[in-house]
Structures are given as C-alpha cells and as structure tokens.
Design a protein around this ligand. Structure first.
Ligand SMILES: C[S@@+](CC[C@H](N)C(=O)[O-])C[C@H]1O[C@@H](n2cnc3c(N)ncnc32)[C@H](O)[C@@H]1O
Length: 314
C-alpha cells in the first residue's frame, strides 16, 4: 500500500478513536488504533500502549509504510505475525523506536503493566475495557468479586478501585504476581489481610473448595481461554465445558448476584453461547433473572468476536 493511502487510513482510524471520551481525555492510552477489516485493512491490527505500537498481521507481510519511519506520536513499533494458534503465544519482535519492553498503560485512569517481551499477551486484553469499566461501576464497597482465569488480574484491580474485595484465580503463579504488581501500581494494598486474595489453582478445583466452604460472591467474572490443559492434564474446551463451568459458578454466587460470562471463541455464535449460559444456570437449580449482552468497545470496529453476557441469578 502507498504511504499516502496508509497515512490516510491511520488518520481516519485515529479520528474515530478520538471520539471515545476516555481516549480523547487521556484517561485511556491503551486501546486498539486499527482493527483490520473494520478500518479497511483486513489482516492488520494495531494496538497502542502509551504511544508504543503493537502491530499484528494475519496472513499479510509487515506493512512497508511502518518500516522506515515512526508515525507521529509513535514511540516504538513491535510486530506479532499471527499465522496459527501457536504463533499467538510468541512474544512480539521489536522493529523500531525505543527498545524498552516494559511500559505502563492507562485504562480509564487505572494503571496496568505492559510487557512486550511476554508471549501470549502483553498483560491486558484491551477488548475487555468496557466490561472492566462496568464491573468497577456496579461494585459497592465490600462486595465480593471472584475473578476466574484472572491472568494479570485486570478485572480484580478494576473492582479493587471500587473498594470491592477480590479473589483472583489462575493456574499461573507468575501471572498472579504480575497482578499483584498491577494492584501496587494503583496504590491498592493486596497483601494478606487486605481483602484481596490470589489462588494459583485450577478454576474447577477452586470452585469445588469455595462451595464446600460456603463462600458466596456478589460478582463472578468467567472469561476462560478457548482451550486449556491444567497441571494434571485435564482439558477445558469452551464449546464443550462452558455450561458446566457456569453451573459451578452459580453454586457460589450470592442471591441476586451477577456472573459476567465471556468468551472470545470465534466459532461460537452469541445464541449458542447464551444457550450454554442458560443451561449452566438451570443445571445448578437456579433461575435467570436477567441476561444482557455487553457490546465490544468502540475502538474494536472489526469482527464482533467477543461475546459477553451479564447474567443475574436467583
Ligand atoms: C484468556 S486469559 C484470561 C483473560 C482474563 N480473563 C482477562 O480478561 O484478563 C486465560 C488465563 O486463564 C488461565 N487458565 C487457563 N486454564 C486455567 C484453569 N484451568 N484454571 C485457572 N486458570 C486457567 C491462564 O493461565 C491464563 O492466564
């Protein structure tokens, strides 16, 4: 693509993002600048983290227009070529500009640690921004929030900003440590006795223990990977196991509580996803009081692959 045409696409995309209040105000500087087909460039996505650009390509080469110069306001360029499932786990490679791997990004005024040297993802899933904002908005001080598949605890920190008490569960102790550092970045104490707990456990094992102990949560965030294998080799697949997972969540939900159910599994239609959620609630012998789909953030202009449902249960 010619340089001028590429610049035009970038400018148009930037103007669209400037219409998002938290981006134009500077409260959010970690967002999607370019979203493939949604911005007229199939196969190309650009995420911005405090001026540092992560360029992701799928089945196309790295754009020449970004090779020889840094666009205005861009501090560095990193590149991740997505060719198959495995390539998603590779760390991006540095192309140009500042070579620092660690930066801090802002989302609605919350600081998150970003690491370009990390494979899988850079510390935050940007497509969950509006869901995190929702959680922060609806939590009352002291509410108990269970964040399953917590990764770097981005949801927990958002709830912590509202003075909720959070429990973060993830197989990876390293990601939970990253989560603790995210809490610290926002001056939220998270040591023992602070009301914030971290379990480097399998989600299903945790839910079993929580049920046995009679734990109850006002909010549960349930956003698993499409596929995972725990330390004893047990496999989890969204399309097969999500309903059962929601049933186990419903067993530890406080009366009138809400589960935020989410998946980025592209082949699952919203209708099928809703059916699985309803099946899970019914299997636990509970009732759906309301079920509402949350939309993706406005900077995600391409395929609406992320399905998020808030389900209130009694
Ligand atoms: C897609 S990420 C979750 C993203 C997270 N919900 C967020 O919005 O930041 C997947 C996470 O699930 C964790 N995970 C995978 N299988 C798990 C399991 N059986 N129990 C607990 N955590 C698991 C991984 O270690 C990884 O951090």
């Amino acid at each position: 693509m010619q340089q001028a045409a590429f610049d035009q696409i970038l400018n148009r995309a930037a103007r669209k993002r400037a219409l998002i209040p938290s981006i134009s105000s500077g409260e959010t500087n970690a967002y999607r600048l370019l979203d493939g087909e949604g911005d007229g460039v199939p196969g190309l996505c650009i995420d911005v983290y405090a001026g540092h650009w992560l360029v992701q390509t799928r089945d196309i080469p790295f754009p020449d227009s970004l090779r020889d110069r840094l666009p205005d306001g861009c501090l560095s360029v990193w590149w991740k070529a997505l060719t198959n499932e495995e390539s998603q786990r590779d760390a991006p490679i540095w192309i140009a500009g500042a070579g620092q791997t660690s930066v801090t990004g802002l989302e609605n005024g919350i600081v998150y640690l970003i690491d370009f040297a990390s494979g899988y993802s850079q510390g935050i899933f940007l497509d969950q921004r509006d869901n995190r904002a929702w959680l922060r908005r609806v939590c009352d001080p002291g509410d108990r929030v269970l964040n399953l598949f917590a990764y770097t605890c981005a949801f927990s920190v958002a709830a912590g900003m509202a003075n909720a008490a959070t429990t973060s569960v993830d197989l990876s102790a390293n990601y939970l440590d990253w989560g603790r550092r995210n809490f610290a970045q926002n001056a939220i104490p998270c040591d023992d006795g602070s009301g914030h707990r971290f379990f480097a456990w399998d989600t299903f094992d945790f839910l079993k223990m929580a049920k046995r102990k009679g734990e109850r949560y006002q909010f549960i965030v349930c956003d698993p990977p499409t596929f995972s294998r725990n330390k004893s080799g047990k496999v989890f697949r969204v399309e097969k196991d999500y309903g059962n997972l929601i049933a186990r969540c419903a067993e530890v939900l406080a009366p009138g509580g809400v589960i935020l159910c989410s998946t980025n599994h592209r082949v699952l239609t919203p209708w099928k996803f809703e059916e699985m959620v309803r099946f899970g609630v019914n299997e636990a012998g509970a009732q759906v009081v309301s079920l509402v789909f949350n939309e993706m953030p406005d900077d995600f202009t391409g395929e609406a692959y992320l399905k998020s449902v808030r389900v209130e249960i009694d």
